[in-house]
Design a protein around this ligand. Structure first.
Ligand code: PEP
Ligand code: MG
Length: 317
């Protein structure tokens, strides 16, 4: 079965009724990207740029970062989309050269785009480095943990200045939808971005107010809870109203049980862990988009994650 999946992995994932769901990879570096392509990734849906910033005493220089982003672009090839997420760290993961204050609630504090806006020099250096890869890639820049339109506009204004100064071609711009305020406001955000990518890991913990790593709560913090699915539905509706595409780059996209409901909710792209790519593509090819849509509409009206899971288990059978 595995060999068949690998052989079929180079083909696009098209449902039985003709909907192309783009299956792309979550990666950390050029080596992962190379492996993703071998496994059939149609692009990179999430480059976690933190790998350049972790485990060191000083911030990486523009040239050092640019070399890494260019290496990823080259591993991917010029025709496949590359989504680079800007630095996503926070008070829970301190970096020695980024003196963040100690916070009582680091997950509700300076995290994701808020760190970049607090330290604009680090943000500008990263944007300049990313833009150096623009001639080599179908480049997309994505901001993490955006909660408000003010944050998005502030980040875009800085990017626009760097694009102008660099003389490089610009990139598509998107935000991660991983905070309920952004999901609820998706329709209002959509005209100001090119795409959304839903981070179901954080969206689940913020929607249910349950820490995703909590020993007692992690099991209940289920991305298939109907409240989370309603957030995803609002996001897709808001985006599609304005002709924008929506990906899912959180763990739910790599979960075979969840894929039929994500497809049914109208998600356009699934960004999954590299080893999961062949199986997720094979699964999409067996799905009917129309059937998934009908099922998703029913599922949105269920009351608990257990009910959703049993409905999806019945469908999988
Ligand atoms: C997410 O929150 O779902 C996500 C993809 O980002 P991370 O897991 O890196 O926080
Ligand atoms: Mg996240």
């Amino acid at each position: 079965k595995r060999a068949e999946e690998m052989a079929a992995a180079s083909e696009a994932a098209i449902t039985t009724d003709g909907h192309h769901i783009e299956v792309v990879a979550n990666v950390r570096n050029a080596a992962d990207t190379q492996e993703g392509v071998t496994h059939g990734a149609e692009g990179v849906g999430l480059l976690r740029s933190e790998f350049l910033f972790d485990d060191r005493d000083t911030a990486p220089s523009e040239e050092e970062q640019a070399a890494a982003y260019k290496a990823v672009a080259q591993a991917l090839g010029h025709d496949r989309p590359l989504v680079i997420r800007t630095l996503d760290v926070g008070g829970d993961k301190p970096l020695p050269y980024l003196p963040l204050p100690r916070e009582d609630n680091p997950f509700l504090g300076l995290r994701g785009i808020r760190v970049s806006l607090e330290y604009p020099e680090i943000f500008r250096t990263q944007l300049r480095a990313i833009l150096q890869a623009a001639p080599l890639a179908r480049l997309h820049i994505m901001f993490p943990m955006v909660a408000t339109l003010d944050e998005l506009r502030a980040a875009k204004a800085i990017l626009a200045e760097e694009v102008q100064a660099s003389g490089h071609p610009s990139a598509k711009v998107g935000v991660m939808i991983e905070v309920p305020s952004a999901a609820v406001m998706a329709e209002v955000f959509a005209p100001e971005v090119d795409f959304f990518s839903i981070g179901t890991n954080d969206l689940t913990q913020y929607t249910l107010a349950m820490d995703r790593g909590h020993p007692k709560l992690a099991k209940q913090a289920d991305g298939l809870h109907p409240s989370v699915l309603r957030m995803i539905s609002l996001t897709v509706e808001g985006a599609h109203k304005h002709g924008k595409w929506v990906g899912v780059c959180g763990g739910l996209a790599s979960d075979a049980m969840a894929v039929p409901v994500l497809v049914g909710l109208g998600v356009d792209e699934l960004s999954v862990s590299v080893p999961a790519i062949p199986a997720i593509k094979a699964l999409v090819k067996r799905l009917s988009h129309a059937e998934c849509t009908q099922m998703a509409n029913e599922i949105l009206h269920l009351g608990t994650a257990a009910e959703v899971r049993s409905r999806l288990a019945a469908y999988a059978d």
